[in-house]
Design a protein around this ligand. Structure first.
Ligand code: PLZ
Length: 457
C-alpha cells in the first residue's frame, strides 16, 4: 500500500547530498503518484492540515526534494527553515541511526542520558552572551515559547507578556495569543490566553521610523497600557518570520532590550526561525547587538528532527521548582543525537559564511528583477524576502505573491509565502544548495513573474 511498493515506482535514491542536484520535471506537478497520495490525504487527513507544494516527497538532500513521480524540485523553503544543514545531512543520519539502535527513549525525567546534557552545553556555548546559561529541551517551537513564558512569570512573579504586531510564536493556546495574525492561525480557535498584550514593531518599509522612534512608540504602549510592574516578559523575533521577514531598523532591538533590563522585564528572543546560521550569524540577535535573557530555538537545532530549547541566564532558568518543567518526549535521545551532529556542522562546515553567500545571490537576483511590483527586498543571510505591492498605491499585493509562488512550484521550484497580508515571498534554502540551482530557481522565478499578467492582482 505504500507508494514505494507500487510495481512501477522508480527506485528511490538515497537522500542527502547523493541525490542528483538538478531540477527535473518528468510530469506535470502534481504527477499521477502525487495525485494518488493527495486523494488519500483528502480522504483521511483532517482538512485543517494544508500543504504548499502538492507533491509526495520521497527523498531530499543538497538543494532538492524528489517526489514519487521522479520529479526533482529545487527547495527554497527547507521545510520552513529547518533543514539548514541540508536534508538528510550524512552526520545527522549517522548520529540518528547509531542512537536509535542503542535506545529510543527513556524519558529524561525518568533516566537522564548524556546527549541531552551535551545539547544544553552546546547551546550555552553557541547562544549570545558569555554569562552563565542553562537550558531545558522540548519538542516544538511552540512548546519552547510556552515554557519561556512560564519561566519568565515564575522568575518575575508578574503576569503580563508583550508580543508584537506581525509576530508569530506558534499554534498552541498561549502561543496563538502571542501570534498576531488571525487567518489561518487563530480564527475560531479562541478564547485565547489572558495577559497577552501587543506592541507596535519596527517595520521600516511600512512605517519609515528610525529604530529609536519605533522603540519609543513600543515602550510608550508598554508603559501606558500595561505598566512595567505587571510585565513578566517581552517576546520578539529579531527578524520576524511568518509576519513577513521584517528586519527592524537599527537600534530598535537594543532600545527594547535596554528598557526591559531597566524594568526587570525578561527579554525573550524567539530565534526559532532565525537561529543556527540562517541569517549569516549563529543567531540573529548578534546582528543587532542584543544579548537576550532567554532565547527560544527549534527548527534548525536538530537538522530535521523535532527538538526545541529554552536557553538563558542561569538565575532565570533556575527560578522554577524541580519538576516544574518537562514533558514525556522533551529532549528525546534520537533528536539530541541529531542536534549534536547539526550543531557540529554549523560550527565546523562554514555554514555561517555560506548563509551570507546564498543571501548575496538571492539579494542581487531579486533586486536585479527591477519589477515595480516588488516594493522591498529584505532579510539577512539566507533569510531573504520580496514584498509584493500594487505599484500605484503601495498596498500589499497578496494575489501576485500567491500566483507567483504557485507558478514557481508548478515549474519545480518550491517557494513559500509569508506576511500578515500574505504578500511576501520568502527564500530559506538549505545552505547545501549548489549555486547553479539557486540561479536556476531565480531564472524560473523571473520568467514566472514576467509571465504573470499585472491584472492577476
Ligand atoms: N516561533 C519564530 O517561526 C514556527 C510555522 C508554520 P513550531 N514557524 C513555522 C505553521 O504554519 O505552523 C515558529 C516560528 C517562530 C515559533 C514557531 C513555532 O514553532 O515548531 O511550529 O511549534
Amino acid at each position: 500500500m505504500t507508494l514505494a511498493a507500487s510495481p512501477d515506482a522508480p527506485a528511490i535514491p538515497l537522500g542527502g547530498p547523493r541525490l542528483p542536484q538538478e531540477r527535473r520535471l518528468t510530469t506535470a506537478i502534481p504527477g499521477p503518484r502525487s495525485q494518488e497520495l493527495l486523494a488519500r490525504k483528502a480522504a483521511t487527513v483532517a482538512a485543517g492540515v494544508g500543504h504548499t507544494a502538492p507533491i509526495a516527497a520521497v527523498a531530499a538532500g543538497g538543494g532538492v526534494i524528489v517526489d514519487a513521480d521522479d520529479n526533482s524540485l529545487i527547495d527554497l523553503g527547507s521545510g520552513i527553515a529547518v533543514t539548514t544543514v541540508g536534508n538528510a545531512h550524512p552526520a545527522v543520519v549517522q548520529a540518528v541511526q547509531e542512537q536509535v539502535a542503542q535506545f529510543t527513549h527513556t524519558c529524561f525525567m525518568i533516566s537522564p542520558y548524556e546527549s541531552y546534557v551535551a545539547v544544553c552545553e552546546a547551546l550555552a556555548r553557541v547562544t549570545p552572551g558569555d554569562h552563565a546559561k542553562k537550558s531545558a529541551l522540548f519538542n516544538s517551537g511552540a512548546e519552547a515559547v510556552e515554557n519561556a513564558i512560564k519561566i519568565a512569570r515564575k522568575h518575575t512573579g508578574r503576569p503580563a507578556v508583550v508580543a508584537f504586531d506581525h509576530g508569530y510564536h506558534g499554534r498552541t493556546n498561549l502561543t496563538m495569543a502571542l501570534t498576531a495574525k488571525s487567518m489561518p492561525y487563530k480564527a475560531g480557535f479562541g478564547p485565547f490566553a489572558p495577559e497577552v498584550y501587543r506592541a507596535p514593531v519596527s517595520y521600516p518599509f511600512r512605517d519609515g521610523l528610525s529604530g529609536a522612534d519605533a522603540a519609543a512608540r513600543a515602550i510608550s504602549v508598554m508603559e501606558k497600557q500595561i505598566g512595567a510592574d505587571a510585565l513578566a516578559a517581552v517576546i520578539i523575533e529579531p527578524i520576524q518570520g511568518e509576519g513577513g521577514f521584517i528586519v527592524p531598523a537599527d537600534g530598535f532591538l537594543p532600545a527594547i532590550a535596554a528598557w526591559c533590563r531597566q524594568n526587570g522585564v525578561v527579554f525573550i528572543a524567539d530565534e526559532i526561525q532565525t537561529g543556527f546560521a540562517r541569517t549569516g550569524a549563529m543567531f540573529a540577535s548578534e546582528l543587532f547587538g542584543v544579548v537576550p535573557d532567554l532565547i527560544t530555538t527549534a527548527k534548525g537545532l536538530a537538522g530535521g528532527m523535532p527538538l526545541a530549547a529554552v536557553t538563558g541566564r542561569a538565575e532565570i532558568m533556575d527560578a522554577t521548582h524541580t519538576g516544574g518543567l518537562g514533558g514525556t518526549y522533551g529532549g528525546n535521545p534520537v533528536a539530541c543525537a541529531a542536534a549534536l551532529a547539526a550543531i557540529d556542522a554549523y560550527e565546523n562546515e562554514g555554514l555561517i559564511a555560506r548563509a551570507r553567500e546564498v543571501g548575496d545571490i538571492l539579494f542581487s537576483r531579486l533586486q536585479g528583477l527591477g519589477d515595480p511590483r516588488i516594493g522591498d527586498v529584505r532579510g539577512r543571510g539566507a533569510m531573504v524576502a520580496a514584498e509584493f505591492v500594487d505599484p500605484a498605491t503601495g498596498d500589499p499585493d497578496a494575489a501576485t505573491a500567491g500566483a507567483l509562488a504557485r507558478a514557481c512550484i508548478a515549474q519545480g521550484v518550491i517557494v513559500l509565502t509569508c506576511g500578515t497580508h500574505g504578500n511576501v515571498l520568502r527564500f530559506l534554502p538549505p545552505l547545501t544548495i549548489p549555486d547553479p540551482l539557486l540561479h536556476e530557481a531565480m531564472d524560473v522565478l523571473a520568467a514566472a513573474l514576467a509571465a504573470l499578467p499585472a491584472q492577476e492582482a
